[in-house]
Design a protein around this ligand. Structure first.
Ligand code: 5GP
Ligand code: MG
Length: 193
C-alpha cells in the first residue's frame, strides 16, 4: 500500500451539490447579516422593536439577524404562501392564520427572505396597517430581485440585490427542500427528480 497519496483536489462539498452556481457563500451571508444588524441596532436604539417574520422562508435569516441586533426586541411570525411550491409566483397570497400578531404600540419590522413581485410583502403590510396600530412599519429582506414589481413596494433594508433567477438555500426552498443549505444559489436543472 502506498504510504501516502497526494490529493490536492478539494473534498466535494455536499451542501453545494444540488447547485449549478453559488451566489453567496456562508461567509458572505454572515458578513452582510452582521452589517444589517449593526445598522438596525443604530436605527432602532431606544425604540420598542418587534420583528414579524414571514414563514417559512424568513426563518433562517431571522435567526441570524436578531443575534446581530443588540437591542431588546420581540419576535412574531406570520405564515403565508405565495408560490405554492412552484418556481413562479401564483399572484395569490394566502394567509395561514386569521389572527395577526399583536404589534400595537411597537416599531415593527416585517422580515422576509426575498422580495420578488412584491405581492407578499405588500399584502402583509396592508393588513398590518389597516388591522393593527404599530408605531412604525418597515421591511427587511435578505435578497431583493432587480425586476419590475407587480406591487409598488421596495424594502427599507435589503441585504443583496440579485437578478431574476430562481434561487434556493438559507431559508429559500424548492418544493419544500433546500432551506437548510448554508449557501444561496441556483439549482441544477438536470438534477435527478
Ligand atoms: P413575491 O410576493 O415578492 O413575489 O414573493 C415573495 C415570496 O416568494 C418569498 O417570500 C419567497 O417565499 C418566494 N420567492 C420569490 N422568489 C424566490 C426565489 O427565487 N426562490 C425561492 N425559493 N422563493 C422565492
Ligand atoms: Mg416566502
Amino acid at each position: 500500500m502506498p504510504a501516502e497519496s497526494i490529493d490536492t483536489a478539494p473534498p466535494p462539498d455536499p451542501w453545494s451539490a444540488p447547485l449549478e452556481r453559488v451566489l453567496f457563500d456562508a461567509g458572505q451571508i454572515r458578513a452582510r447579516v452582521a452589517e444589517m444588524g449593526a445598522r438596525l441596532t443604530a436605527d432602532y436604539a431606544g425604540k420598542p422593536l418587534t420583528i414579524v417574520t414571514i414563514l417559512q422562508g424568513g426563518a433562517v435569516f431571522m435567526a441570524d439577524l436578531i443575534r446581530e441586533i443588540h437591542l431588546p426586541l420581540t419576535i412574531e411570525s406570520l405564515s403565508v404562501a405565495s408560490y405554492h411550491g412552484e418556481t413562479e409566483s401564483s399572484g395569490r397570497v394566502t394567509f395561514h392564520q386569521s389572527r395577526l400578531p399583536a404589534i400595537d404600540g411597537r416599531h415593527v419590522l416585517v422580515l422576509d427572505d426575498i422580495l420578488d413581485s412584491g405581492r407578499t410583502l405588500s399584502a402583509i403590510l396592508d393588513r398590518l396597517r389597516t388591522e393593527r396600530a404599530p408605531l412604525s412599519l418597515r421591511t427587511v429582506v435578505l435578497l431583493s430581485k432587480r425586476i419590475e414589481r407587480a406591487a409598488p413596494i421596495e424594502a427599507d433594508y435589503a441585504g443583496f440585490e440579485i437578478g431574476g433567477e430562481f434561487i434556493v438555500g438559507y431559508g429559500l426552498d424548492y418544493r419544500g427542500e433546500f432551506r437548510n443549505l448554508p449557501v444561496i444559489g441556483v439549482l441544477k436543472t438536470d438534477r435527478p427528480a
